[in-house]
Write a protein of this length. Structure first.
Length: 262
């Protein structure tokens, strides 16, 4: 018997990477990136208002004429004089002539003008171009697990495909004359087999769905034959039972006879 940490180290030292494939970002949940992802754009791609309010050029003035409006989706680069402001909404394009946005709660307004009651600092409430991420900056490094949040971030950058490692096909081989499946009648000397159910569930938690359970009795010939077929078809084989040194533990011998190195 060895420690869990030692077992994990042995597995990691003898593991190989899966082949890669390109996949739609929409279907990439649970996959692992095979290469780093670079941002194709600045985000935000333009100077953007962080508040509902009014955009203007910061000065000692408190009163401004309202000469236009900018809402999300517009790209109207309104020319502003030093005495002018525009009504603006969260996410909207900030004109080149404006450098500050004042929150609407800090303004007394009528139809054509505003009086700023609480003057914000210069550049307040304006998200600079590329504030979240700049063009050509690394979005995610290789070997990053793709989560729902990662998918959302990739989508907001206009990325539709990523290169990922394929998920392995996994076989679970269960051995033991004493085992019966849940739902069957439990005879004397028998127990319900639960390891395969647990292992399949554990695999699902890391996004591996392509699994199949095989069962063999405690018999060298049957175990060898089962492994012979399984090893050809699957990337990973998990074996439960039959690996001790008892008279009916045949897994190690069956593996060796199938040219598996210990």
């Amino acid at each position: 018997m060895i420690k869990v940490e030692e077992a994990i180290a042995i597995i990691e030292a003898n593991s190989t990477k899966m082949p890669t494939k390109h996949i739609s970002v929409r279907k990439a949940l649970g996959y692992v990136l095979a290469e780093k992802v670079i941002s194709p754009i600045n985000m935000p791609p333009f100077r953007q208002s962080a508040m509902d309010g009014y955009a203007f050029t910061h000065s000692i003035r408190h009163q401004y004429d309202v000469v236009g409006i900018s809402q999300a989706g517009d790209h109207s680069n309104i020319k502003l004089k030093a005495t002018e402001a525009i009504r603006i909404f969260t996410g909207a394009y900030v004109p080149d002539d404006a450098d500050t946005v004042v929150m609407q709660e800090h303004v007394m307004a009528n139809k054509d003008s505003i009086l700023i009651a609480t003057m914000p600092e210069k550049l307040s409430n304006v998200r600079p171009k590329g504030e979240q991420i700049a063009k050509d900056e690394i979005v995610f490094e290789a070997n990053t697990l793709i989560t729902p949040a990662a998918i959302g971030f990739l989508a907001c950058l206009g990325i539709t495909e990523v290169e990922v490692y394929k998920k392995p096909k996994v076989a679970i081989l269960v051995t033991g004359n004493e085992l019966v499946q849940a739902g069957e009648k439990l005879k004397k000397g028998k127990i319900y087999e639960s390891n395969s159910v647990m292992l399949e569930a554990a695999l699902q938690t890391i996004g591996i769905e392509k699994t199949k359970v095989y069962r063999v009795k405690d018999n060298l010939k049957a175990t060898k034959k089962a492994l012979q077929g399984i090893l050809k078809k699957y990337d990973i084989v998990l074996i439960s039972g039959g690996i001790s040194v008892g008279d009916y533990d045949f897994v190690k011998e069956a593996l060796l006879q199938n040219d598996v190195k210990e």
